[in-house]
Design a protein around this ligand. Structure first.
Ligand SMILES: [Fe+2]
Length: 295
């Protein structure tokens, strides 16, 4: 198994050639120093998805670990746990039926002006098999596109809409929602389609399941283009799959990946805790960058 030699404080084991890494040999709940957290952040920027294994986090410890990465992003949809405004509990009981939350490929809260920069999910109780989470790299999507397609997309701004998000979440009977969660139905926000990551500078294609239309175009005109990009994003060679274990803390660079929950663990209980870290207002990739890489 490949171990990334650039990390000495803990093991970084890439999951696929596209994105994702397992982290072993660090106890984030034991108040590691800033340099350790800085290395986790560095690994996150390199791999975009990290499955940090064998953590033992109480709710308080989880809260403290998350806040070492930055302030809470806010969450206009889900009701938090008592005592922790920044943590949401997701429970699936063995006899629950129907969809699991997050079953479609999506980005968390893409319809916020500042979508969460990092999403964290802690596996408190996970099935012995099933319930994996898959991730797709939007950087890899950009890399795969032709110069003409890159230029065309860079000329567009996308409208992402919160319409329907309440309904999807309200269908989950065990999920607490904020009393004003329905307000999301009226929210639309504009984001560039070709963005640059604020730390790495690398371009990525900002698509999401709530991308309603390109500005100045109809939904019908936009849909085939977004469907194409979605199809590229979820090609197996651009994805990774995290298999959960009890105590796995998975975190991802939310705006540069898509993710989906796998609904294949009927008969098992699954309890996870989510929090999110404040992100950035998505920035369009500089035209010169798109042009130069398109050359
Ligand atoms: Fe999600």
């Amino acid at each position: 198994m490949l171990r990334d030699p650039d990390f000495r404080r803990f093991e970084v084991l890439p999951i696929t050639g596209a994105l994702g890494a397992e982290i072993r040999g660090v106890d984030l709940g034991a108040h590691p120093d800033d340099a350790t957290f800085e290395d986790v952040r560095r690994a996150l920027h390199r791999y975009h998805v990290l499955a940090v294994r064998e953590q033992k986090l109480t709710t308080e410890a989880y809260h403290q670990v998350a806040r070492r990465f930055g302030p809470f992003s806010g969450n206009p949809v889900h009701g938090p746990m008592p005592g922790y405004d920044d943590i949401v509990e997701f429970i699936r009981e063995p006899d629950d039926t129907g969809k699991v939350i997050g079953e479609e490929w999506h980005m968390d809260l893409a319809w916020m002006a500042k979508p969460p920069g990092i999403t964290m999910l802690y596996g408190h109780e996970v099935p012995p098999v099933g319930g994996d989470t898959c991730f797709a790299s939007l950087e890899q999507v950009y890399k795969s596109l032709s110069p003409g397609m890159r230029r065309m997309l860079a000329s567009h701004t996308a409208v992402h809409s919160g319409k329907g998000v309440y309904e999807i979440n309200a269908a989950q009977k065990r999920l607490a929602l904020r009393p004003d969660a329905r307000k999301g139905d009226d929210v639309e926000v504009e984001h560039p389609v070709i963005c640059a990551h604020p730390v790495t500078g690398k371009p990525y294609v900002f698509i999401s399941s709530v991308l309603n239309r390109f500005k100045g175009m109809t939904e019908a005109e936009t849909k085939p283009i977004v469907d194409y990009l979605m199809g590229v994003a979820i090609r197996p060679e651009f994805t990774c799959r995290v298999r959960w274990q009890q105590g796995t803390l998975t975190m991802w660079n939310n705006p540069v990946v898509l993710h989906t929950a796998i609904n294949d663990y009927s008969g098992y209980r699954r309890v996870t805790y989510r929090t999110t870290v404040e992100g950035w207002v998505p920035v369009a990739a500089p035209r010169e960058l798109v042009a130069s890489q398109a050359a």
